[in-house]
Design a protein around this ligand. Structure first.
Ligand SMILES: Nc1ncnc2c1ncn2[C@@H]1O[C@H](COP(=O)(O)OP(=O)(O)O)[C@@H](O)[C@H]1O
Ligand code: SF4
Ligand SMILES: [Mg+2]
Length: 316
C-alpha cells in the first residue's frame, strides 16, 4: 500500500467521564473512499469532528498523521485555520442549516475562493460559476444570485459540495450528506460527491447510515460500535463475509427488515455511562464469552480484514 494520506492511531475522546471514542485506529490511502458505518450514537460524527478540530469541549488523545502534518490532534487553532476548508473539508448533513441564509450562493462560494485561494473578485466569481456548473446546477449564472432558501434541498446540497471542493482539498468528510434529502435525490447526490472527489483526486471519509450505499459507493469500510472499531477492510470482504458478530447483525437487519437503514430492532448503542471494560458489544452479542466482558479484544488481522473479537464468526 502506498503511504496512507491519513493514519489515525488510538484516537480516544472523552466528554467528562464518558469515553465516547475508545482507541479508534484507521488508515486512508490517497484517493480512497472510506465508509464509516454503525448505528446512531456509534461515534461516527465524533470521529469526523475530532479529525477536523471541531470537537469542542472534549478531551482528545491519540495521534492522527495527515500527509505532512505529524499530528492533527496536537494542532492549535492557527494550524487548523491553514488546513480547514483548504486541505480538509466537510459536507454536512443539513445543507439548509450549514449555508448562510443572508448571502447569495454565488457570494458564499466567491468568499471561500477569495479567502482561501486569494483570487481576485472577478476570478472568484468566474470560478464560482464554473463550480456551480460542475455540480450540476442548471442555469448556474442565474443561480449565483439566489439565496439558499430559494433552492431545493438537493440543490442546496449541490452548493455545499461545490463549496467543500472549491479549494481542492486532499480529504473530504461527508457526514450523512444525504439523510435530509428525498430518497430519489439521495443516490444522485452520493454519485455527485464520489464523481467530484475523484475528479479532484481527493480522499473521502463517508459517514453513512446505510450499508447498501456503503458497498456501492466506497472502497473500504470501518464498522463502529459505541466508539470502538469492530471490523475494517474492503467493502467486499467485510460485507460479503462478515467475521464480527456486530457486522453480521447489521447485515442481517438490512436483509430481514428489507430496509437499508441500520436500525436493529432490539438494543441500540448502550449508554456510554455503563459500558463493559472489555468488548463494548458484549451486552448484545450472541457469541459473548466470559473474557469478552473484561478484556478488550485487539483489532487483529483475520481473513484479509481486521476484526476486534475473541470469538469471531466462521467464514460465510
Ligand atoms: N457535543 C456533544 N456533547 C455531548 N455528547 C455528545 C456530543 N456530540 C455527541 N455526543 C455523544 O457522543 C456519542 C456519539 O455521538 P455521534 O458521534 O454523534 O454518533 P453518530 O454520528 O454515530 O450517530 C453519543 O452518545 C452522543 O450523545
Ligand atoms: S469479543 Fe466477544 S462480545 Fe465482542 S463481539 Fe466478539 S464474541 Fe461478541
Ligand atoms: Mg452522526
Amino acid at each position: 500500500m502506498t503511504r496512507p494520506l491519513l493514519e489515525v492511531r488510538d484516537l480516544t475522546l472523552w466528554r467528562g467521564a464518558r469515553k465516547i471514542l475508545d482507541a479508534v485506529s484507521l488508515d486512508l490511502a490517497p484517493g480512497e473512499t472510506l465508509a464509516l458505518v454503525g448505528e446512531s450514537g456509534a461515534g461516527k460524527s465524533t470521529i469526523s469532528a475530532a479529525l477536523m478540530g471541531l470537537a469542542d469541549g472534549a478531551r482528545v488523545e491519540g495521534q492522527a498523521r495527515f500527509d505532512d502534518v505529524p499530528d492533527l490532534i496536537a494542532l492549535r487553532e492557527k494550524g487548523w485555520a491553514r488546513l480547514r476548508g483548504r486541505r480538509l473539508s466537510m459536507i454536512f448533513q443539513d445543507a439548509g442549516a450549514a449555508l448562510n441564509p443572508c448571502y447569495t450562493v454565488g457570494s458564499q462560494l466567491s468568499t471561500v475562493l477569495r479567502r482561501n485561494l486569494g483570487l481576485s473578485r472577478r476570478d472568484a466569481k468566474q470560478r464560482a460559476f464554473e463550480l456551480l456548473e460542475s455540480v450540476g446546477i442548471n442555469d448556474a449564472r442565474a443561480r449565483m444570485s439566489a439565496y439558499p432558501h430559494q433552492l431545493s434541498g438537493g440543490m442546496q446540497q449541490r452548493v455545499m459540495v461545490a463549496i467543500a471542493l472549491a479549494c481542492n482539498p486532499d480529504l473530504l468528510f461527508a457526514d450523512e450528506p444525504t439523510s435530509a434529502l428525498d430518497v430519489t435525490i439521495q443516490a444522485q447526490i452520493v454519485r455527485l460527491i464520489l464523481d467530484q472527489t475523484r475528479a479532484h483526486g481527493a480522499s473521502c471519509i463517508f459517514v453513512l447510515h446505510d450499508l447498501a450505499l456503503a458497498s456501492q459507493a466506497c472502497d473500504r469500510i470501518v464498522v463502529l460500535y459505541a466508539g470502538q472499531v469492530m471490523e475494517a477492510g474492503t467493502c467486499d470482504a467485510v460485507l460479503n463475509s462478515p467475521r464480527h458478530p456486530y457486522t453480521k447483525l447489521l447485515k442481517s437487519c438490512v436483509v430481514e427488515i428489507g430496509t437499508e437503514q441500520l436500525d436493529p430492532p432490539e438494543g441500540g448503542v448502550p449508554g456510554y455511562d455503563d459500558l463493559p471494560r472489555g468488548c463494548r458489544f458484549a451486552s448484545r452479542c450472541p457469541r459473548a464469552q466470559d473474557r469478552c466482558w473484561s478484556e478488550r479484544p485487539p483489532l487483529a488481522e483475520l481473513a484479509g480484514r481486521e476484526v476486534a473479537c475473541w470469538n469471531p464468526e466462521d467464514a460465510a
